[in-house]
Ligand binder design. Structure first.
Ligand code: SF4
Ligand code: SF4
Length: 194
């Protein structure tokens, strides 16, 4: 049986292969009962980024309810959500949509599915790497590593040169004294990940 989600993408979903274990997993990982959603669309109506999403927030919930694991994990929406909580504030059930989206991102990474918005994933990753190593950011390294991932060495080159000329970019990284605290934060984060 096919089901038109009436989404921004007009994608057709195959309801013959629901994965209800996925539904349970999202409930338990996010600590939100996605099956209680009324589909009043207050979340989607208030989301400041719904214009850029392939599925609106309540549609993502509907897909989880229907056990459409592949469609959810491969959609752009889970990467576009910035966790601003506007939706939860509007929701009559105060459902924590940010927690749902966060859980879906974690599951997508664990399952190695195609990331629909790789730039949105790569950039914060490149920002957090030097924080883990030095306890603070090192902008030059972040820029170079991000360029390496994107393979577009010359885009924004003029901005980088201006920043270097104005001494806004340190050539070498500097480390904070209390690296043990930083290591603890990253260890805790690794333990929380599934
Ligand atoms: S606002 Fe809450 S109840 Fe309404 S559709 Fe969104 S998540 Fe569901
Ligand atoms: S938390 Fe995500 S889904 Fe909710 S309003 Fe903000 S961007 Fe939209």
């Amino acid at each position: 049986m096919a089901f038109d989600t009436d989404s921004v993408t007009n994608q057709t979903i195959d309801l013959d292969k629901p994965d209800f274990k996925f539904n349970n997993e999202v409930n338990s990982f996010s600590k939100v009962n996605v099956n209680s959603c009324w589909h009043c669309k207050s979340c989607s109506g208030g989301c400041p980024f719904s214009f850029a999403m392939d599925y609106h927030p309540n549609q993502v919930i509907r897909l989880v309810q229907l056990g459409q694991k592949q469609a959810v994990l491969e959609c752009q929406t889970i990467w576009i959500c910035v966790g601003c909580h506007t939706c939860s504030t509007n929701c009559p059930l105060a459902s924590d949509m940010s927690s749902i989206m966060d859980s879906l991102r974690q599951i997508a990474l664990r399952e190695n599915v195609r990331i629909a918005e790789p730039d949105i994933f790569n950039f914060p990753q490149e920002v957090s790497n030097p924080i883990e190593r030095y306890g603070r950011t090192h902008k030059l390294e972040i820029m170079l590593r991000y360029k390496l991932v994107k393979r577009n060495w010359f885009e924004d080159m003029d901005v980088g040169l201006k920043m270097l000329a104005k001494r806004k970019l340190d050539l070498l990284p500097s480390k904070i004294d209390k690296m043990t605290d930083i290591k603890q934060i990253f260890n805790d984060r690794a333990k929380r990940a599934i």
